[in-house]
Design a protein around this ligand. Structure first.
Ligand SMILES: NC(=O)c1ccc[n+]([C@@H]2O[C@H](COP(=O)([O-])OP(=O)(O)OC[C@H]3O[C@@H](n4cnc5c(N)ncnc54)[C@H](OP(=O)(O)O)[C@@H]3O)[C@@H](O)[C@H]2O)c1
Length: 286
């Protein structure tokens, strides 16, 4: 049986892998997170891999607080780049393949058509910069693995835009939502399923490959908020604001749609449109 370690197992993507685990009986899963499994503790990781044979590591752990990262660049870098380097060194010693996730925020958003896997990275904020650094570390490490970039994750788990708006729509008379940033909302449960379906095909690993995976279609944060409201019918008024009138610590890309043709073609995937994924998520949120 293929032994799969999922790190960051309590985060929203990690929990999405846990959701699917019973449906993939050919994999033996090990789910780990803080405090007993700390990606920043190299000695602890070494002890783990010495005693637990591992074929594939799926790294869902990351520093994901986009605005907070502007105040804590060292912490973001430690987790998103330095710890990733440690994982690469361990991959060389213990021979596991590394599946790592990255973000649309490695791009600056000046494009007008979907970003390709090989487009130039030009992150605007600390989070994106540290994630880009993590990618560079993996590409230079001489290991086997994948970097899967995704965007605008939502799920019934953890903290995310859909859960926040779902709650605000029921508790506020009006809310302001940005309408001039465009991206592809992605259901973490779909991303986890796609990753496992691809691994089930026993792909040949030969160096590091970069893929994009998102749900189909794109919208703005405002469009996503409206779609949530259509499902739950509340009188709350959603007001359009521009990024300029909704200042945040971190700059975000104006347009960060990722082109997903490569992963779709190579592995015969057909991601559902974000609207139907949203319906499924809202049913689960209740
Ligand atoms: N969220 C998005 O919209 C989005 C968009 C594009 C790409 N991505 C990427 O997708 C991946 C998954 O994101 P996510 O939203 O699932 O993240 P998340 O919900 O923030 O989960 C990250 C998990 O990592 C854990 N963690 C933090 N520090 C750790 C450490 N030192 N050792 C081990 N685990 C640690 C966290 O624990 P604590 O909660 O206790 O800190 C949390 O359980 C990340 O690589 C992210 O960059 C996310």
């Amino acid at each position: 049986m293929t032994k799969v370690l999922v790190i960051g197992a309590k985060g929203q993507l990690g929990q999405s892998f846990q959701y699917w685990a019973p449906h993939f009986p050919h994999f033996e899963f090990f789910f780990k997170d803080l405090p007993e499994f700390n990606l920043l503790d190299q000695a602890q990781l070494e002890r783990y891999f010495k005693t637990t044979p591992t074929d594939i590591v799926i790294n869902c752990a990351a520093y994901t607080a986009v605005d907070q990262a502007e105040d804590e660049p060292k912490m973001a870098q430690q987790l998103n780049a330095v710890a990733v380097d440690s994982l690469c060194q361990l991959s060389k010693i213990f021979g596991f393949k590394l599946i790592h996730f990255s973000t649309d925020y490695v791009f600056d958003g000046s494009a007008h058509s979907p970003y390709g896997e090989d487009d130039t990275l030009s992150p605007l904020g600390v989070y994106g910069k540290t994630k880009a650094e993590g990618e560079a570390v993996i590409l230079a490490a001489g290991i086997d693995g994948w970097i899967i970039r995704t965007s605008w994750l939502f799920s019934p788990y953890g903290k995310n835009f859909v859960k926040t708006i779902f709650s605000l729509l029921q508790n506020k008379d009006e809310i302001n939502v940005v309408a001039d940033q465009t991206g592809s909302p992605t259901y973490a449960i779909d991303l986890a399923a796609a990753t496992l379906k691809v691994l089930e095909q026993k792909p040949v690993f030969d160096g590091v490959k970069v893929y994009h995976y998102t749900n189909s279609g794109h919208t703005t944060w405002y469009g996503l908020a409206l779609a949530i409201q259509q499902q739950i019918n509340t009188p709350c008024q959603i007001r359009v604001v521009d990024t300029a009138n909704y200042p945040t610590k971190a700059k975000r890309p104006k347009y960060s749609v990722l082109g997903c043709e490569k992963i779709k073609k190579e592995f015969n995937l057909n991601p559902q449109v974000w609207e139907s994924a949203l319906k499924d998520c809202l049913k689960k949120i209740g």
